[in-house]
Design a binder for this molecule. Structure first.
Ligand SMILES: *Cc1c(COP(=O)(O)O)cnc(C)c1O
Length: 429
């Protein structure tokens, strides 16, 4: 469920007409709904209660400070993967002890920054990283609280580019090696072992892979405890999928996911951590664009819009589907015709939808890509020297720009021409 609905023939973001935001911010832009963010967060809270738990929002899904702060105010922790995300989480008001530092390539500088503020948990992904973290912690006279991220060799049955739990993926410690790495960790004075972590992939639309992974976590926890290792926290990662096609997708609900968690690891008496990203922000955000041209090709019609793959790369990168709807509600029973919806970038992959049945969309019409709140704005770039699109947050009848569109001057000012190059207008003087 989300809060982007038609009212009196006009698409609204909560109580604000989307067209009003377009008039204020220009297109294209991203827009998120506070009410949807809050609702999705509370679904996870309800799903895990009454187990002792911490919901660490995976910042990489949508890293805007206003989004993180909205969730932090509700009690969310943060799952971070870089020093930049650490700084964002802290700036948005997440308590350091509620921050989990994940990632397969943490640098010593990043470890130091995280230890300095006292993050609650490092998810260590290899014996090599463990040695490095131990050394950094000892040099600072502190102990780093860790879980080992184990690779359970479970196929999450999702897109290959977002599958992380199979043995051929770069993530985690191979399951069979985990007891040995835990034994090494227990002997390191700069390391405090607190638990086990797992994360098998993103956009999972079936609970069975989670079940297989969590059962392996339970098995490992029992084995480690019998070896004398303290396991008081289980971090089960993120990855629960969302419906991108409203009409024929029905991924599992947080409630069923929570029941599965309680069934597989609930009897271990450990604090439970989850790291949802996509499910919290995905359907809480839209990308709004304007049509530039409608072009008749040899065998098809193209709708050319002012958003492009640099703004939303998911279709080009993951072949993903986003529902597309016009901001002005089509008449009931209006004809739908197949069109290709494309951006202006000079790449054949700059395509949002192929032969999609859509109501008539004319030049200057506003259209909306639904389910664009996760891995949308955060993955955008300035390719083709297109300034990053602005981000808007709505709450009830209010909206604010939470990241402004850079001006062309700001974009150009980041470059520097060395003196030795000189300027063309001086070159032949
Ligand atoms: C990306 C990631 C998440 C969040 O995944 P979603 O599919 O957005 O829920 C959680 N944990 C880790 C370690 C990740 O890399």
């Amino acid at each position: 469920m989300d809060h982007f609905l038609y009212r009196n023939g006009a698409l609204h973001a909560e109580d604000v007409p989307v067209a009003d935001i377009a008039a204020a911010a220009g297109t294209p832009f991203y827009c998120s709904s506070t009410a949807t963010l809050e609702r999705h967060f509370s679904l996870f809270e309800e799903a895990l209660s009454p187990a002792q738990n911490l919901i660490c929002y995976a910042v990489k899904a949508n890293a805007n400070l206003a989004v993180i702060a909205t969730l932090a105010r509700l009690g969310a922790g943060a799952d971070i993967v870089s020093e930049g995300e650490l700084r964002r989480a802290l700036a948005a008001g997440v308590a350091p002890e509620k921050i989990v530092f994940a990632g397969v390539g943490k640098t010593p500088e990043e470890m130091r920054a995280a230890l300095e503020v006292g993050v609650g948990q490092f998810n260590v992904e290899s014996g090599e990283e463990l040695e490095a973290l131990n050394a950094v912690a000892l040099s600072m006279g502190v102990r780093a609280p860790i879980t080992l991220r184990v690779n359970p060799d479970v196929d999450p049955k999702t897109h290959a580019k977002i599958s992380t739990g199979k043995s051929e993926n770069k993530f985690g410690v191979p399951f069979d090696q985990a007891p040995n790495v835990y034994a090494r960790a227990m002997a390191m004075p700069g390391i405090e072992v607190i638990g086990v972590a797992v994360h098998i992939g993103s956009q999972l639309t079936d609970l069975a892979p989670f079940e297989a992974a969590f059962e392996r976590v339970a098995e490992l926890t029992r084995r480690l405890r019998s070896d004398g290792v303290t396991i008081r926290r289980l971090d089960l990662g993120g990855g629960l999928g969302i419906p991108y096609q409203r009409v024929n997708e029905a991924p599992p609900l947080p409630f069923d996911y929570g029941a599965l968690i309680k069934r597989t690891v609930g009897d271990l008496g450990a604090e439970l951590v989850i790291e949802p990203g996509r499910l919290i922000v995905g359907n809480a955000g839209i990308l709004v664009a304007k049509t530039i041209y409608r072009k008749q090709g040899a065998d098809r019609e193209f709708v050319i819009i002012d958003a492009a793959m640099n703004d939303l790369i998911r279709p080009a990168m993951y072949d993903s589907w986003h529902d597309i709807v016009p901001v002005v509600e089509p008449e009931a029973g209006a004809a739908r015709l197949p069109v290709d919806v494309v951006g202006p970038i000079c790449e054949s992959s700059d395509v949002f939808a192929v032969q999609r049945d859509l109501p008539l969309i004319r030049p200057d019409d506003l259209i909306v890509f639904r389910s664009a709140g996760a891995y949308g704005a955060v993955m955008s770039s300035e390719y083709n020297s297109r300034p990053l699109v602005p981000e808007i947050l709505v709450s009830g009848d209010r909206f604010e720009i939470i990241r402004a569109r850079p001006t062309f001057d700001e974009m150009l000012k980041r470059d520097h021409i060395p003196d030795w190059v000189g300027r063309v207008d001086e070159a032949d003087g």
